[in-house]
Design a binder for this molecule. Structure first.
Ligand code: PLP
Length: 253
């Protein structure tokens, strides 16, 4: 069959049986923006909304094979990376990204579930930072992930978060979107940091709603807009609005 020309997002991540996060959220988000998805499954998890009960990792070579097949079958215009589970899977994903340097990748550095279960093996954070992060167009840590990525305490205010983000840029990231959703206060502020450019703040009212999978949704929405040829800043703005509207709808239900 001929190569399809409509843009796809290749989603790399874990399944969540509850549907609250992971691949289900990614596919829902990207298809609601009108972009198609292809898949590389890194892990199968057994989850409710309260707990992660089991994690079964894919063999790393299977992850790489899924990625190569997806890239061969479709016009992959962006890649979204979520749960990676192990250092070996990080190496496999990094190898295929190196073969496809023109496809922008968004890395949501998933380290643990809200319920506290590790979704990436201990010791793999440094490997993610060194071997994968520099290959990605954007990394989207929350304040907890940002602190873990640079080996610091969680930022206490915005200046501290920006300083930590600059450290991550210095460690090789191309661009970082710091997600302020876990901070206190009436506003929810995300900050986009890039080399040689002023930080850009994306500020929204904080909603009372709490919802699982918002990190998955944001990175997926940004990837979908990048696949639709929007520039990075505009993709982030549209992605943030997408999550805000979902939270607003959730709060109203
Ligand atoms: N399960 C999978 C497969 C995920 O990718 C993630 C987050 O990205 C989670 C669970 C955690 O989601 P939450 O923190 O919303 O529970």
């Amino acid at each position: 069959m001929a190569l399809r020309r409509d843009p796809y997002v290749l989603v790399i991540g874990g399944s969540d049986s509850s549907g609250g996060a992971g691949l289900v959220r990614d596919i829902e988000t990207i298809s609601s923006i009108g972009v198609r998805t292809s898949l590389a499954v890194t892990a199968l998890t057994v989850q409710t909304h309260e707990a992660v009960k089991e994690i079964h990792q894919s063999p790393p070579s299977l992850v790489a094979d899924q990625m190569r097949a997806a890239l061969q079958a479709n016009k992959v215009a962006a890649i979204k990376i979520g749960m990676l589970a192990s250092p070996e899977i990080i190496f496999a994903v990094a190898a295929v990204l190196r073969e496809n340097p023109r496809v922008p990748a968004i890395l949501d550095p998933v380290l643990a579930s809200t319920s506290g279960r590790a979704l990436l093996k201990a010791g793999a954070v440094a490997i993610m930072r060194r071997d994968l992060m520099p290959l990605c167009r954007l990394v989207t840590p929350n304040l907890i992930e940002l602190a873990l990525l640079i080996g610091a305490e969680q930022a206490i205010d915005e200046d501290d978060a920006v300083w930590q983000g600059q450290e991550l840029l210095a460690a090789g990231a191309q661009a970082i979107l710091i997600k302020g959703g876990h901070a206190a206060g009436p506003r929810s502020t995300d900050i986009l940091l890039r080399h040689d450019q002023e930080p850009i703040r994306f500020d929204m009212p904080r909603l009372a709603a709490s919802m699982r999978g918002t990190g998955c949704m944001l990175a997926s929405a940004i990837a979908a807009h990048l696949a639709n040829a929007s520039p990075l800043e505009e993709s982030v703005r549209k992605g943030k609005l997408f999550v805000f509207e979902k939270l607003q709808k959730n709060a109203a239900e």
